[in-house]
Design a protein around this ligand. Structure first.
Ligand SMILES: Cc1cc2nc3c(=O)[nH]c(=O)nc-3n(C[C@H](O)[C@H](O)[C@H](O)COP(=O)(O)OP(=O)(O)OC[C@H]3O[C@@H](n4cnc5c(N)ncnc54)[C@H](O)[C@@H]3O)c2cc1C
Length: 458
């Protein structure tokens, strides 16, 4: 519990109108996309790095937990105040400070919404590629803290590939600049990379310098239906083997197609067992050439149908199925565990076969969709919490899934992070010595353990 005296000091730092303590107003800061709930003692909305520094110094002295929060769209519980204390919300730090068209960089505050930054840079012919599906709500700070991926990662990489430098406040209150504002820079340890994906456990990010690239001139969206997931997965490998790196290469399995077909009234043929959604971008002539090659590879892979959108509206129609997959799955069971495993993309077919085996063994529907182009598949295990046997089976199934993914040379999380939901499994992937080193790094940044405690390390 944070005492009234300490709350008064926090209020003096941020201004009383930027601190809330009543449960009703704090409810939206007690949860995130996991739908788990932990009520904080207070929520502060600082407006400057100096205010954040003062609060962290106070927290280190008084020993209360501080949990940084962006938009709360995280899928692993990173923004949840699991030990109570203060939620530090970034809502007020939401300015795009610079878009430098000569040096292709932008400087932003952490609370900028991802889509707002993309629109702003695209207006001047530049491009910020990382596009988590949550981009209309998620913040750049949250993206950096989670190293968010997205649909375009197959061609353009993830958030990490665009962060040049940051301003951060470490838990002892010191304000530190990391990295550079230039395209190159190797002075000292790469603290920027260490902080990217640190899930708000090492520092509060207060400023970010991002690399931009020129906006691609043209793009083309295509959709192909296959009789089964194996032929679709082999086509993914076929496209890449053909030396084409699409901007987007998404896979949707039979169970997902069945759900969206009924839910949305989409005309997807009954014999379709998988769909690939593919997008290419770049120079207009190249886009047309790559689209033709992709059509040929899909035909060779046994595609039942192939459609190429001729404009934005048609492309939007092709995306409709993908957009609606996630919510439509609840018709299978009332609860869902969404795992974001990654395997080498050449082994997608093997993963698909394993998911079938697991589903049959544990009697649970498993729906898979996601970023096939980079081997990052969202595996949705559907179950009913009211049925203790199903809940138990879902948990056992996850261990089996992670075991197989690691054996295939993959990872248990490609973009959602560890937070609290994956903490019990991290030891499966990272050996003890690695975990101990990470823990010593955490202590070096945060000797009092006040920043986002209870995360990553179980
Ligand atoms: C529908 C949906 C689709 C999604 N699609 C994708 C996807 O395609 N790819 C993907 O990678 N993720 C995806 N996500 C997950 C989520 O949107 C991302 O992890 C996103 O980066 C979280 O941003 P946020 O602003 O909501 O952060 P929050 O959820 O508020 O916080 C996430 C973590 O970042 C920390 N944090 C936030 N701000 C700061 C800061 N300024 N300083 C230090 N730490 C901070 C928090 O402490 C927490 O640990 C999706 C989520 C939803 C709900």
């Amino acid at each position: 519990m944070i005492s009234q005296t300490v709350l008064k000091k926090i209020s003096n730092s941020v201004g009383h109108e930027h601190l809330i303590t009543d449960k009703g107003s704090m409810a939206e800061y007690a949860s995130d996309a996991t739908k788990l709930e932990f009520m904080p003692d207070a929520v502060a909305f600082p407006g400057t790095p100096r205010e954040i520094s003062r609060i962290l110094r106070l927290a280190s002295k008084e020993g209360f937990p501080v949990t940084p929060r962006g938009a709360g769209s995280g899928m692993s519980g990173g923004a949840l105040p699991v030990k109570g204390g203060l939620v530090m919300a970034m809502n007020r730090l939401d300015r795009i400070l610079v878009i430098d068209e000569e040096n292709f960089i932008t400087k932003v505050e952490p609370g900028v919404i991802t889509a707002h930054l993309q629109e702003a840079v695209e207006r001047v012919g530049l491009f910020y590629p990382p596009d988590p599906a949550s981009l209309n709500v998620s913040t750049i700070g949250g993206n950096v803290a989670e190293c968010a991926g997205g649909l375009r990662a197959v061609k353009y990489g993830v958030t990490r590939d665009y962060v040049l430098g940051m301003t951060v406040v470490i838990p002892t209150g010191e304000i530190i600049n990391t990295g550079v504002e230039t395209m190159k820079g190797v002075a000292g340890y790469d603290l920027t990379r260490l902080l990217i994906g640190s899930e708000g456990t090492l520092a509060v990010i207060t400023g970010i310098t991002l690399r931009l690239i020129p906006r691609p001139a043209a793009r083309k969206t295509m959709a192909a239906l296959f009789p089964d997931i194996l032929s679709a997965a082999k086509t993914v490998s076929g496209i890449i083997k053909n030396k084409i790196v699409p901007t987007i290469l998404e896979l949707i399995d039979r169970l997902c197609l069945d759900c969206v077909r009924e839910e949305m009234g989409l005309s997807i043929p009954r014999d379709a067992g998988a769909m690939l959604l593919i997008e290419v971008d770049g120079d207009e002539l190249l886009v047309e050439k790559e689209a033709r090659s992709i059509r040929e590879v899909c035909a060779r892979g046994g595609a039942l149908t192939f459609e190429a959108a001729s404009g934005v509206e048609e492309a939007d129609r092709l995306w409709e199925a993908r957009r609606n997959v996630s919510p439509s799955l609840y018709k299978l069971r009332p609860h869902k565990i969404n795992e974001d495993v990654v395997v080498p993309r050449s082994r997608l077919a093997e993963l698909a076969a394993h998911l079938d085996e697991l589903g049959e063994k544990y009697g649970l529907p498993i729906a898979a969709f996601g970023h096939a182009g980079d081997g990052n598949i969202h595996v949705n295990i559907m179950f009913d919490k009211e049925n203790p046997r199903e809940e138990e089976n879902a948990k056992t199934l996850i261990r089996g899934l992670f075991g197989k993914v690691l054996q295939m040379g993959g990872t248990i999380t490609g973009e959602h992070g560890v937070g609290i939901t994956k903490a019990p499994y991290l030891g499966l992937e990272i050996p003890q010595a690695g975990l101990q080193l990470m823990s010593r790094i955490k202590t070096a940044f945060d000797p009092k353990g006040i920043l986002n405690p209870g995360k990553i390390f179980s």
